[in-house]
Structures are given as structure tokens and as C-alpha cells.
Design a protein around this ligand. Sequence first.
Ligand SMILES: Cc1ncc(COP(=O)(O)O)c(C=O)c1O
Length: 418
Amino acid sequence: MKDLFDKIYKDKGPLGKWASVAEGYFVFPKLEGPISNRMRFQGKEVITWSVNDYLGLANRSEIREVDAQAAANYGSAYPMGARMMSGHTELHEQLQNECAAFVQKEAAYLLNFGYQGIMSTIDALVGKDDIIVYDVDTHACIIDGVRLHMGKRFTYKHNDMESIEKNLERATKMAEQTGGGILVISEGVFGMRGEQGKLKEIVALKEKYNFRLLVDDAHGFGTLGATGAGAGEEQGVQDQIDVYFATFAKSMASTGAFIAGDQEIIDYLKYNLRSQMFAKSLQMQLVVGALKRLDMLRSMPELREKLWKNVNALQGGLKERGFDIGTTQSCVTPVYLKGSVPEAMALVKDLRENHGVFCSIVVYPVIPKGLILLRMIPTASHTLTDVEETLAAFEAIRDRLDNGTYKRLSAAVAAQFE
Ligand SMILES: Cc1ncc(COP(=O)(O)O)c(C=O)c1O
């Protein structure tokens, strides 16, 4: 009989196999200093393009003061216990009401972490007779939520309306047999490529098919729409999203999340979200901090304006210089280049060491083999100087990628993995 750990000793997995050359630098890097447009990496200042602090709130003095005061008032223990038992407070309720109003829904419920929260939301919404139809490119937390489902599920090709219809037809036939209903899941903004989910087209299908729609708007919340209510507001269909999800981990620069929808649906979820019912309540420090952040989202539209000024400067500048930024429709700014994983490593090293530009690198198996994705997140704390310096750096690295410099530099690394 095999030892359970045999497979671990033999195979570290598609990403884990790079650990010996990548850890501490390409993965698990340590960015130091206050969260801002420029931080320190291995002792050097770098322009930071990999932090989802969209509105630049993380290090604002008003926020830091409220966070510090809340920590002084409540410590990190308060309140103790799960919401249902002993961890419920007026301020939790107030934050829920304010989140609901902000995203134009009747009610909201707080989640300790978005990841577990959305998994439990999916788990609570479907029973074994129900069918899930979801976009193949959705975030890991949705895929894990779908894994909990005991019934049938279908994926549709990313943002492909023909494919979603085909799967809705299948799901409808199946639901007629099982006597269940259909849950469709999309993201508001897909975090890797930056495309918005085709929410307008999806809700139009409600005329033809009977389903409910869950939208994970982690990247749209606070960044899209006239009031920052997200991708649904941007596309004019917020009222057609049956269950809306957003995290506090991006534009709110904090921890925690919420779901929002009709009062009766939220009341049901409140009593059926296992990851919330059987886990400690969101810490008061985070609740108080989130109230302050939400107030700033509401009252300071200039933060969103500044964000978009930077997004447009960066995306426009990259396009003018002939870079392929794909089909982004959000702040998420991908740059696609052609090259191997070792070449990508040499390129990113050059960007960080010689140009002071820090961005995340995404390679196979997250994207197809032979492609390198440099993913940048512009924020309201960036400046146009940051953008100009970065554009110049990108021109330099493209030349070196084209003339084979990175291939030569990475030959030793590549040989290790052949
Ligand atoms: C699309 C998406 N959904 C959900 C989550 C998980 O949220 P949290 O960080 O609050 O667990 C993330 C990551 O933050 C995300 O990018």
C-alpha cells in the first residue's frame, strides 16, 4: 500500500514545481512599507502594480485613524462567537444596511471572508435537484462552491452567449426531470483578463429561461457604475442580479465581504450559510473600519475619478505602444506577451531590478502555454509619473524579449525543468 504522502514527494504540482527558483521572488514576494503606489521590494523602491487597493484607501490617514481607534476601543476579540450565538451587534447590522443601500438591494449579510462566504452561498442556494450553470473562467471560490453541490452542473465558455444558451437548454430539460431550479453564476469583472461578465445579455435570457443569477463582483464593487455599485450598475441591470456578492478586500482595502439581495433571500441565507453560522463573527475593528470606508466610497467620487484617470493613462499608453492588453473593460490591466515560463521569470526580474516596476506574473497553467501575462492593477494612489516610468520600462522589456535576451538569461533555469 502507498504512503499517502508519496505523491507529494514525487510531484509538487504545476505551480509548486517552480518553488525552488520562484519562491520569495515571483511567488510569496515580501513587499514592504506602507501600502501605496511605491513600496519596497528586497531593499529597493518599486512602483507597485499588484495591490488591489483600487481607491487608494489602504493608507489614508482618516482610515488609519479609524482603524487604530476601533482597535483601541474593541481589541481584536470583540465580539466573541458566531453571529447567531453571541457575536451579533448593532454595528454589524448598520454595516449590512449600508452595504445593501450602496448596492441598491433590500438587504445584505456580512461574510468573514469572501472565499468561504460565497462557497456557502452557493451551497445554501442549491439542493441536489437544482442545476448550476457557470462561466468556466470564474474564480476558485466559485469553483469550490460548485464542488460542494450534489446535483448537476454545467460550465459555459467564458462570456459566450451561445454556449450559455446551450447549457441553459440542457439545464432546463434536466430541471424538468428533477423538479429543481437553475442557478447561473458569473463574475461582474473577471479578475485575470479584466472583462466584465456579460450581465446585460445574461439577464435578457431570463425572458426565455427560468433561472436565478448570482454575481461575484469583487473587482466591480467601488470601481464601476455611476455610484460605484459595480458591474450591474455599469450595465444597467443591478436590479436583475438576484444575489450580489462583493468583498471588502479590494476597493475597500480591508477584510470581509457581503452578499445582498431581496430581504427574504438574505433572511434565508443568514440562517443557512454554514461558513458563517459555525464561525466567529467579523471582528468589530473590521466592521467599524468598513463603515468608514463605505462612507468614503459614497462621499468621495473623486477617488473613482482619479482611479479611472490612471487606468485610462496606463491602458491608453500601453495600447498606443502596441501592447496587447486583451479585452479588458475594467481597471484590471493585463499585458500579454509571448514566451516561456523561464523567459517570463527573467523578464520580471529585469522589470523589478532595473526598472523598479513590480507587477504580478501569470503563466501556464493559469493561462495557455507560451503566453506570459503581466497583470497590473492601477489605483487612485498612482501618479501619471508612475504611469510614464512604467510605460518606458515596458518598451525596454519588449525589445529584450524580442531580441532573445531573456531566452539566453533563462537558459540555465529552463534546463533545470526539461
Ligand atoms: C473574484 C473574487 N471573488 C472572491 C474573492 C475572495 O474574497 P476574499 O479575499 O474576501 O476571501 C476574490 C479575492 O479576493 C476574488 O478575486
